[in-house]
Design a protein around this ligand. Sequence first.
Ligand SMILES: *Cc1c(COP(=O)(O)O)cnc(C)c1O
Length: 830
Amino acid sequence: MTKEIKEIRDIRDVPPVGKTSDDLVNGIQRHYLRTFGQHKPNNSVDYKYKALACTIRDRLMECWKNTKEAHEEQDKKRAYYLSLEFLMGRALGNAVLNLGLDEQTEEALHKLGLDVEEIIDQESDAGLGNGGLGRLAACFVDSCATLQLPVVGYGIRYEYGMFRQQIVDGNQVEEPDHWLRNGNIWELERPEHTQCVHFGGRSESYHDAKGTLRTRWVDTEDVLAVPYDTPIPGYKNGTVNTLRLWKSAATDEFNLGEFNAGSYPESVASKNEAEHISMVLYPNDASENGKELRLRQQYFLASASIKDVLRQWVEVHGNDFSEFAEKNVFQLNDTHPTVSVAELMRILMDDYALEWDAAWAITSQTMAYTNHTLLPEALERWPVYLFGRLLPRLLEIIYEINARFLSEVANRWPGDVERQSRMSIIEEGPVQQVRMAYLALVGSFSVNGVAQLHSDLLVEGLFADFYAMWPEKFNNKTNGVTQRRWMAWCNKPMSELITDTIGGDWVTDLGELRKLVPYADDAEFRKQWAACKHQNKERLAAIVEAECGVTFNPDAMFDIQVKRIHEYKRQLLNVLHVIHLYDRIKRGDTDNWTPRCVLIGGKAAPGYYIAKQIIKLVNNVAEVVNNDPEVGDKLKVVFFPNYRVSAMEVIAPAADLSEQISTAGKEASGTGNMKFMMNGAMTIGTLDGANIEIREEVGDENFFLFGLTAEEVEATRGHYNPDAIIADDADFSRVMELLECGHFSQFEPGLFSAIFHAIRSPHDPWLVAADFRAYVDAQQLAAEAFLDQNRWQKMSVLNTAYSGKFSTDRTMQDYNRDIWKLTPIPSKCS
Ligand SMILES: *Cc1c(COP(=O)(O)O)cnc(C)c1O
């Protein structure tokens, strides 16, 4: 018998994977047995999780391959989202949802006698980000896949993600997050696409074969960048996009030859240094720390990603870059990957022999920059000496970019040397600095803020000089969140009710939720709506009980503030209100009381002293409040430990009141605010970031507004007198008295002195005292509204109904229409 010789890649003979629950049962059993070698039933949830994850992954693989092939075949324009952070959370539930396998999966697990929740809980969060900026990147890639846009996410595969937060004696204790310890089913190593990244060395001139004077970067220390790909499934559309994360590794020839036998251990140790680059995520949100390793990470991502894109370009187009800018666009998520501007210039000139002008035409037409913050401490600057030592050739190019740019400024505003020094990419001073935001502004054709107010403030303030020069570059792209994870997956009860009522199109067209508006007046619908919310509150209460040992009554108002702990987000203002409520209870001022469960959660940067003090204060206040029998069910307070994506999936659906109380003009957008709104929570908030647009959509009557505007905040500076504000307000005075007399630090006198000094400082940048009265009054209105459950549930329905704008599907369509201009690529996969 003769056998036809087959090609291994001819997969037509591989039986297709089925999608019935029995197919899934077979898959789970097969992986359990044959992939993981588990023969007897045992207690390891991990292998059960892994067997299910592999079974789901099998159903992604073909479409993933097809999507890649379709992108290559069509040779249409592609976008690359460069981000130092992707806060993905868990992958399993999202993959099941987007593949449309939720019912079959549940059935399969039931047939096998497995507990769905327990298996879902086995997966570690991919916590490769700090907060909003990293989570935005994760929502973006989900929406791009759902819209079938050819977008690749590029990031770093940190061995250790965002630290795990433990609370010990009320204090934050950081633990390393070794999220890869049990392996990662969702990634595929692609060693064949490894890139080599250079550091150090020096730049030298030479004459090439044609006698042209050129530059090369020599004597470098090299590090390998090994890509790991994660599939990003679109929603029921056969598209599976790619998130490519780089891991650093020592080069193969890492000096073993150079060292004599005696130095063997030293040469192996140098391998370690190379591997350090992708070891750990820096845990600072909205502030930079200027560490050399961080700059290494930034260049590592930029260089590996750009080389990867150029590799693919050259494979198809050879050394012809004439159409490169028409077919490629890089979106820079904040300034973190901005060294890309210089890296693309370097490669085009040094490796592909393009002239400066040609290279600049390409670079400045392919880079687009998103700004994420107005806080001056977050604007990245790198000392020139450090930059020059680590990336000498890149610094040379940045100097040249700057020289040409400043001569443009000089031509436009002759004699205005003051303006030239203001706008220079190189900041003069005792220590010269590279201003990364300015490099991004000069090198990009598009610059956007992330909510309307933020974009307006950028061009009026921080970037005013650049706006005067290039108004056409500036635009706004209001953030969003993906309703697949933040509603359809995490809030099953409400999602089912909505789909039963208006159909399921909202999952890919969030504007459809407007069809819920008439149901806000339907008493029967409101009753079902409230029942969903109640069920979600029970789920959260069980976790709070287990994690914090505090009983939340699901009939009370769930008042929630979860986000990074930062002074500008004003968790302190929230605590002051809690102390005020406690004070009222103790004084017997409790007529028409609204019982409240206050939940505060979030991580503080490990070196951020005041933020850590705030965590301790919340815990101490909670201790007093929760153990006072006189308070009882009227008020409960917890600090929820280790806030992360998978925690938010339980928290957002259970919220009644969403705390969005930053000092106006400081929160660029916020996205937590959108998740809460979508899940039917009312917002109490300032006119800041996307709160403004949320209020515009839902209407003033369905939003608890308070506080100074951004303009008023600026006008207050210089004559701000918190002592007078406190003295004039009897409630505020009592709250400060309780704080300052040590009522919440009985055994540690003076513990919170830094906090009350900050509140009383005329230089408090966050103006906590200025907004106290307005905040307490708005809280009172919210409490009264909650007592009228008919009214509250109506407002809750309307919040969801008017949340359509805040889908990242809309955000991505805006980016694509105005910046990327990609053509969606349909899938051949079903
Ligand atoms: C949405 C989200 C954030 C951002 O929250 P903000 O309130 O916008 O600061 C941060 N961390 C996690 C885990 C999130 O899911």
